[in-house]
Design a protein around this ligand. Sequence first.
Ligand code: GDD
Ligand code: MN
Length: 385
Amino acid sequence: MLEAIGAALAGVHFGVPLAYYWRARGWLRRGWGIREDGGYAPRVTVVIPTYNEAENIARRLDNVYQQDYPRDKLEVIVVDSASTDGTADIAERWARQHPDLKVVVLREEKREGKAKSLNRALRLASGDVVVIADADALWAPDALRRAVAKLADPSVGAVSCVKKPLAAYGIEDGYRGYYNVLRVAESKAWSTPIFHGELAAFRREALEAVGGFPTDIGADDSHTATLIALRGLRAIVADDVACGEAVPRRGYHAWRIRRAQHLLQHFWKVLTRPKTPRQFKAILYTEAYLHVVNPWLLPAAVALLLTSALTGSIPAAALLGIGAVMTAYKPYRTWMAAQIYLIAAAVRNLWTKEIVWQKHDKSNGHGAEDPAIKASAPTPRGAEP
Ligand code: GDD
Ligand code: MN
């Protein structure tokens, strides 16, 4: 009996995400259903939130400067939360050296988290489109233009990027990992509930309509995009908008757990919303289930199977054996790791929300050619949270 329940839980744990993945792959064949307009060039405000980003900020500003978007339509707001490494000074110096781009540096007196800073910048932003650009990320040179072109369609409220190895961008259409496939597929089907602060472009009115960025939870990017989707505008990750991100060398597990904590906070909060557009229901509820509930089936199944195996059940021992042998397969290991991060995150959320998080050392993450940027490309499974 125990072994049957254990096997069933394991079946659900692996079966639901696999089934969802296959279904989502079908959505990939669909068109976008978006009327893109390459000539649409509204005023754009790029917001770069910073806390101790002295190593990255100049490179980040260079990368925005090099975008193939009309520079006179562009405004950059660097909003710095009392960095102690001179980030704001570097940004100001950079601004003086590039007088043909409007750059505003906002200095906050104390650090109260990214979302508060974003809201402060939002109040000053003059653009019709507001784009969040994490300081440790890089964009493909056409990323901004392509993201904005999609916002020309009035049904689209928010656009985010696929995380790719930037070095390979444009050369190969490329292998896409599990999470990028899901993000793009959900976006083609209608909208995705997971966004990337590395590049998150919003129609400004839509942002204002949802009250800006949430300051009580960590996933400012995903939550805001989802609130916009809940109001009926599409929130999409576009497959031709590419970004890369530095991955910490040290403290990698803590980093993954913190991000998982934020995603869980996001899904909990979203689930308390009364109304979900019909097209978004299956996607939102499945993703919420996959993040909040599904991970726990794994330890439950292992515990039941282990109990049965120890009391002499051969099938239970065999199943556990298969599970152990499968760890030779990398996507399986990556999946397992993601489940462990989500479980650890749920537990950690009981005492800390990590609204103001520890800064990780990503000092190896320089340059598009750099292995650290490449490493931010999705691995087959479990690359996020
Ligand atoms: N102004 C300000 N104030 N900026 C901050 C603060 C703060 O207190 N804390 C972090 N930032 C900035 C960082 O300097 C960086 O530019 C950006 O916010 C993202 O922070 P990272 O330290 O790079 O975090 P991450 O990449 O792991 O964060 C991911 O998850 C977050 C929420 O879970 C990204 O997806 C973020 O976009 C997302 O907000
Ligand atoms: Mn980051």
